[in-house]
Design a protein around this ligand. Structure first.
Ligand SMILES: [Zn+2]
Length: 400
């Protein structure tokens, strides 16, 4: 595949990106000639960025609306108690949807925004999908106060090589700070730790962590406060996560925009938190548009003609022209249909954000129908009533 005439973020001269066997093979300004049968996509006013890495989500919790936002809490335990006491019916109505369907929607929630890798927290999904990479190789512990036998699990020698991935210091009270000290002290095997949230964390405590996943939207929702990432960044690597829709918007771009508005991190640090830094911490061959890396790419409309961080942080899902995961196109804007009609599109569906139409791999309308059988009033960000499925047997013909 050749993507012609696209600006890579930070570079004012457009380039051609060559993709083969799932990898980026070259990024060049030279003229390139295609091989026989090779797909060429000619772009105009387009910007290429690495597919996003969302370092914290619960794929099975993204059919929940935000719950408990009517007040402010001192810790995740207080929020948890309030949730189970006040939203029993709402929680049961979502958990009634089979986990597989909830996981599948969680994948689409991320893909619709151009996320190509998600670090799922919790039980392994068991999902086989080539829509995005679901990273499930870390050792997830929920939290010091909600994970039973966490001391034994943390110090299990059989798992010592796995990164420990835990919610930590998610609160503003003394016990949220104290739990961080306890956790660090009892990491007897000195395992690599990735902490999520870290609102109560000090610079001293941050030194014990390989990385922290900053989820500011979730923090502000629960605690009206976020981690002191401006200070913590000198002690550890910073990654970025959305958490689930229980505590925030479905759209990671809104999370990134509000994170930028805090001015706690410079643009470069926030940008690399969703690509290069995350790839390095999780050990993934992705996160930059460089020869030899996995071809996880996001191509978006360039609305202003610029090619810097202002353009990156103003992206919204409607702007996305292409999401490519390991060299395969999994989402494209309808404006590219004429160039892609030579491809097999019979496993794509059409979905709409208002008037804006995207083609997405898989039968998303059927998944939504399926979910609605369990929860008819579920709220989703795409207009599913207008969603269109391919007509079986009629290649590339879509029908309502
Ligand atoms: Zn979480």
């Amino acid at each position: 595949m050749i993507l012609r005439n696209v600006n890579i973020l930070g570079d004012k001269e457009p380039a051609n990106i060559l993709v083969s066997n799932g990898y980026v093979t070259a990024v060049t300004r030279d003229d390139v000639t295609e091989k026989a049968g090779e797909l060429i996509i000619c772009l105009e006013n387009a910007l290429a960025v690495p597919g996003l890495i969302n370092s914290h989500d619960h794929l099975d919790f993204n059919l929940f609306p935000p719950l408990g936002g009517d007040r402010c809490y001192t810790s995740y335990t207080e929020w948890g108690r309030h949730l189970h006491a006040s939203f029993k019916k709402e929680i049961a109505s979502v958990l009634k949807i089979p986990a597989l369907l909830r996981y599948q929607w969680g994948v689409y929630k991320n893909l619709l925004c151009g996320v190509t890798t998600v670090i799922n927290h919790g039980e392994k999904t068991g999902l086989k999908t080539d829509l995005i990479t679901i990273y499930e190789d870390s050792h997830c512990l929920h939290s010091v106060r909600f994970e039973k036998n966490w001391k034994l699990k943390l110090n299990n020698p059989a798992r010592r090589k796995k990164i420990v991935n835990i919610h930590i210091g998610e609160g503003t009270d003394a016990s949220s700070s104290a739990e961080i000290d306890t956790f660090i002290r009892l990491n007897l095997l000195k395992r690599k730790l990735v902490g999520v949230h870290a609102v109560a964390m000090t610079e001293e405590q941050a030194r014990a962590f390989e990385a922290l996943v900053w989820c500011p939207a979730s923090n502000f929702f629960l605690l009206n406060k976020t981690a002191q990432v401006d200070l913590l960044q000198s002690q550890t690597a910073l990654l970025f996560g959305t958490d689930s829709t229980l505590t925030g918007d479905w759209n990671i771009w809104r999370h990134l925009q509000s994170a930028r508005n805090t001015a706690l991190l410079d643009d470069e640090t926030l940008f690399t938190a969703v690509n290069l830094t995350a790839a390095s911490v999780w050990g993934l061959n992705t996160g930059s548009i460089t020869a030899g890396k996995d071809a996880d790419l996001l191509i978006v409309k360039n609305k202003t003609g610029g090619y810097g961080f202002d353009e990156f942080f103003s992206i919204c899902p409607e702007d996305i022209l292409l999401v490519i995961h390991k060299g395969r196109i999994n989402l494209f804007d309808e404006s590219l249909l004429p160039q892609l009609e030579c491809e097999r599109l019979d496993n794509f569906s059409r979905v709409f954000f208002g008037d804006c139409c995207k083609y997405i791999k898989g039968d998303l309308p059927a998944l939504i129908d399926n979910i609605r059988q369990y929860k008819p009033d579920v709220k989703l960000p795409i207009a599913v009533n207008e969603a269109v499925r391919y007509k079986k047997g009629a290649r590339n013909k879509f029908t309502t």
